[in-house]
Design a protein around this ligand. Sequence first.
Ligand SMILES: C[S@@+](CC[C@H](N)C(=O)[O-])C[C@H]1O[C@@H](n2cnc3c(N)ncnc32)[C@H](O)[C@@H]1O
Length: 258
Amino acid sequence: MSRKSLLTNRASLTHKVGYALRHPARITPYVKRTARDTWLRLKHPGHVAYYRAVMASDTGRNPEAAVGSRSHERWLALGEMQFDYLAEHGLKPGHRMLDIGCGNLRAGWRFIAYLDTGNYYGIDISPDILISAKRTLTTYELQDKLPHLTITQDLKLDFLPSAHFDVVHAHSVFSHSPLDVIDECLAHVGRILAPGGFFDFTFDRTEGAEHQVLREDFYYRTETLLRLARKHGLEARFMDDWEKRPHGQSKIRVSNPA
Ligand SMILES: C[S@@+](CC[C@H](N)C(=O)[O-])C[C@H]1O[C@@H](n2cnc3c(N)ncnc32)[C@H](O)[C@@H]1O
């Protein structure tokens, strides 16, 4: 990520005007997105209901684009990047994994194929994307792996057992989450982590002012998220090695103190 893009405030009028002048073809899609955002925001004042409606609308058009991939090749590559990273960081078939915001199993199908039967747990707020996730499962003939795929309304994780998961993962989820959603997750994730387990999440990083674009994209400073995790008694660190991957977001790992 360039220093310049880390300092950009995408919500500022100056940025928007400059961007529109540089990319005139993107003005109409942006206006349409803003109109949809305004309508959905009025209809669904709560964040989860609002984002569920965004996902319903996006998934109806194209489930792979709904999770952020503009082509099938990118969908495959983004899943592979997530899998390779965790494999390099010691993921083993016997591990139990919780994938928060699993989407349509862009990475999930690889984790399901690799992990022992029943060891993958995917949760998501969107029923539409979970239906698409089941299609992915069928496409890759992974029925025998018996993954758990569950709808959720919040991130209290109260329906899951204590000290159970070796790896908890949230890729491109907090980039779409207001701070109270992240706070709720960090307040509860420590309980479900197995001894030695960790929780990796990506986020859209800014080194300038924190901001959001519509209510869909949120940009946080690393310190804000590290502080939030530590407030809940977790150890937290920025993952430098993730920065080398061709991905626009950054990654933080949290764990219970040893
Ligand atoms: C950009 S997609 C990424 C999906 C998947 N992690 C991947 O990398 O392919 C974000 C997903 O997170 C889900 N999501 C957003 N907010 C969530 C929340 N608070 N709890 C659970 N899932 C959430 C969305 O419905 C969507 O499926």
